[in-house]
Ligand binder design. Structure first.
Ligand SMILES: Nc1ncnc2c1ncn2[C@@H]1O[C@H](COP(=O)(O)OP(=O)(O)OP(=O)(O)O)[C@@H](O)[C@H]1O
Length: 272
């Protein structure tokens, strides 16, 4: 399904992503880990065609998406939705309108400018919000929601595009542990129930181990680990992060403290 072949991106003579290759056969949940500056965001941005590659190919079902131009490039961008650490919602706009903005490229510009959406689109947006457990937030301004709720709105906006692949760039880096779990559970549900591939840049090892089918470790633009969560030992993690023996996994943990069991139960209900 996805074949990344010798992809490189150079900025000012320095490779941010340096000749990386890997392939993914089915709609897996892939986590990319590595310390700051390893090249994780640059890779996701190349996948989404927000950043051009300097060399290489990214083939999806045999088609090199790096070669797409104009309308084909925009069509690809709507098939591969992006979720960001800072949610990137329009803060003063209501939630349902934010979700509808997932359709921006597919509806007449003038209509979207005046926030005039077909009834079927509005109903679909509400259905998606309901699925993600935040339908009651639909009329509120996005800025009135908690971080976890805002990230779920961003996921709903992504789903509105009906994408094949969801790219998530540090989706939980700004969230507290409980909201981080709800957002990760939501992404996992979409992966499992809808069969959409998820590729997520993650900054915590326990999250990568818990949610991913496959983990790719990057260091200085290169892939230095590609395996299952079970293979991601502390020693391997130390290599990926370029840390010495003082490297402490717990410091990167987003585990939920025991006294928030009720919140965890709520997250579990969402998964049911
Ligand atoms: N537009 C740009 N112009 C110049 N250099 C860039 C640009 N984007 C990224 N870089 C550089 O490329 C390298 C990789 O950056 P990237 O953001 O991909 O890393 P990352 O692993 O996602 O890190 P972080 O977790 O901090 O976002 C860094 O050295 C960064 O400074």
């Amino acid at each position: 399904m996805l074949a990344v072949q010798n992809v490189t991106r150079v900025f000012s003579g320095r490779a941010a992503v340096d000749d990386i290759s890997f392939s993914v056969d089915g709609p897996a949940f892939v986590g990319i880990i590595g310390r700051s500056g390893a090249g994780k965001s640059t890779f996701l941005r190349m996948m989404n065609r927000l950043t051009d590659a300097s060399a290489g190919r990214i083939c999806v079902d045999g088609r090199d998406i790096l070669a797409l131009r104009g309308r084909d490039r925009r069509a690809w961008q709507s098939q591969c939705a992006m979720i960001f650490q800072q949610f990137n919602l329009v803060p003063r706009m209501d939630v349902v309108s934010n979700v509808l903005h997932g359709l921006l490229n597919r509806r007449p510009v003038l209509a979207t400018l005046f926030n005039l959406w077909p009834r079927a689109d509005i109903l679909r947006a509400l259905e998606i919000l309901d699925r993600l457990g935040i339908a009651e937030q639909a009329p509120k301004r996005a800025e009135a929601l908690s971080g976890g709720q805002q990230q779920r709105v961003a996921i709903a906006r992504a789903l509105m595009q009906d994408p094949r692949i969801i790219l998530a760039d540090e989706p939980i880096a700004s969230l507290d542990p409980m909201n981080a779990q709800i957002v990760m559970d939501t992404l996992k549900r979409i992966n499992v129930e809808d069969g959409r591939m998820v590729i997520a840049n993650l900054h915590t090892l326990d999250t990568a181990r818990r949610y991913c089918d496959r983990v790719i470790g990057m260091r200085d633009g290169r892939i230095v680990f590609d395996g299952t969560p079970a293979q991601l030992s502390t020693g391997v993690a130390r290599d990926i992060y370029g840390a010495d023996h003082s490297f402490n996994e717990a410091a990167t943990s987003t585990a939920i403290p025991a006294d928030t069991a009720a919140d965890a139960a709520y997250a579990a209900r969402l998964m049911a």
